[in-house]
Design a protein around this ligand. Structure first.
Ligand SMILES: O=C(O)[C@H](O)[C@@H](O)[C@H](O)[C@H](O)COP(=O)(O)O
Length: 234
């Protein structure tokens, strides 16, 4: 039985609404069951509408911790910062009351900030309630980039590191990323993608036509730790 379900939408607005409603329900259920909820989200351009929709969902946001699946190692004032994206699109409206747990520490390099970022993630309740991933057209997800210097360690299902630095030709700037075991230790896992190129790439990955070294997203698609729900729009 496949571990992957795909939800396809005819427009990206509908995709954002559907995922926001689904995730909000899961955050409410987590708060009802355990008193708190934890969600880890991706950066990039795709999740903006989803973040805006989610930020307006009525739930007890003061009990929600929001962190990132990865971060570009730039100050949170930089346009490329995922923290900035979250602050300006998700930590708005009702969600303003949520607690944001950033990965960027202000240290000069991800290596220098690794211990502090790892401690922040280790301090969060596990498993996470929700993880929302994105994917690049090169087959990266989080900061699992093809050719990344710590890719093998980040994808090690038995690795013990919670976060790792990542330098890669396609990454733009130094990164820090949650590792595969941390991302898969979640009650709900989503992959939010748009466009035909990403749809076709995912189809290849599911058929086993793309390997994890060149298309690291395979590690979250071809796994049996947690079901993956793909939300796709054109
Ligand atoms: O910080 C990042 O870059 C991300 O977390 C990354 O993994 C992202 O999800 C993909 O690159 C897709 O990005 P787009 O949505 O911009 O295509």
């Amino acid at each position: 039985m496949s571990n992957v379900t795909t939800h396809s939408f005819t427009n990206c607005g509908a995709q954002a609404v559907a995922l926001a409603e689904r995730v909000a329900t899961q955050l409410r259920e987590a708060i009802a069951a355990r008193g708190t909820a934890v969600i880890a989200v991706s950066g990039g351009s795709t999740p903006k509408d989803f973040f805006a929709r989610l930020s307006r969902e009525a739930l007890d946001w003061a009990k929600v911790a929001i962190t990132l699946v990865d971060e570009r190692w730039v100050p949170d004032t930089d346009e490329r910062s995922n923290a900035k994206l979250v602050e300006t699109t998700l930590l708005q409206d009702a969600a303003r009351a949520a607690r944001f747990v950033p990965l960027y520490t202000g240290a000069p390099t991800p290596e220098a900030g690794l211990a502090e970022a790892g401690a922040r993630i280790a301090a969060l309740p596990a498993p996470f309630d929700v993880v929302v991933l994105g994917m690049g057209e090169d087959g990266h997800t989080a900061s699992f980039f093809p050719g990344g210097d710590h890719l093998a360690a980040a994808l090690d299902p038995h690795g013990t590191a919670k976060v790792l630095p990542m330098h890669a030709p396609g990454a733009g700037e130094p990164r820090i990323t949650l590792t595969l075991p941390v991302l898969l230790d979640t009650r709900a896992l989503y992959l939010l993608v748009s466009g035909e190129k990403k749809r076709d790439l995912l189809a290849d990955v599911r058929l086993g036509l793309a390997d994890a070294k060149n298309h690291p997203v395979r590690a979250v698609v071809q796994q049996d730790r947690v079901p993956l729900a793909v939300y796709w729009c054109p």
